[in-house]
Design a protein. Structure first.
Length: 167
């Protein structure tokens, strides 16, 4: 029943509850990261990668555009229903799906995609914060994760990471 932050394999995890409306970052409340899974086991809450939460705040700050969190932790059943990969980082508490919202969403999405694909200084900042997986899906939905990675399909300044989808 101790829900303190902890570090595992270099990733910091924090406990998320449904009704906690306190800010966890400048622009996000704890409750925004609560799972959409309805399994009773998670009614108290669940852990999630704080690296991902902080990475999402970096993205919010960089593009100065609101973000809606669409998915965080998923148990295996929820992950299957969502169409997630069998070893999705969501089931390991390491992933956040999100999208830009508001009038600047389209412009922000294009800039974000360009920064990831051009291996910009901002991508380096995200890598340093522990974000090692980047996905982009139709409808301008995005994925970031803090997977522990030994090999990837991309590298930048000694950091290996993975990019997939609409990028």
């Amino acid at each position: 029943k101790l829900f303190n932050d902890f570090i595992y394999n270099g990733v910091t995890y924090t406990f998320i509850t449904k009704d906690n409306n306190k800010n966890i970052t400048n622009n996000f409340k704890v409750s925004e990261f609560y799972t959409k899974c309805t399994a009773p086991k998670y009614s108290v809450g669940h852990f999630i990668s704080k690296n991902c939460i902080n990475g999402l705040q970096l993205i919010r700050d960089k593009y100065n555009t609101q973000i809606r969190v669409t998915s965080t932790f998923r148990n295996k059943t929820c992950n299957t229903i969502a169409g997630g990969a069998s070893e999705s980082q969501h089931i390991h508490n390491n992933a956040i799906d999100w999208k830009f919202i508001g009038v600047k969403a389209g412009k922000a999405q294009l800039a974000y995609e360009k920064d990831v694909m051009s291996r910009s200084a901002f991508l380096q900042k995200l890598l340093l914060s522990g974000i090692m997986g980047y996905g982009s899906y139709p409808g301008n939905f995005n994925h970031i994760d803090s997977r522990v990675i030994s090999s990837g399909n991309r590298s930048l300044n000694g950091y290996k990471y993975i990019v997939w989808g609409e990028f």
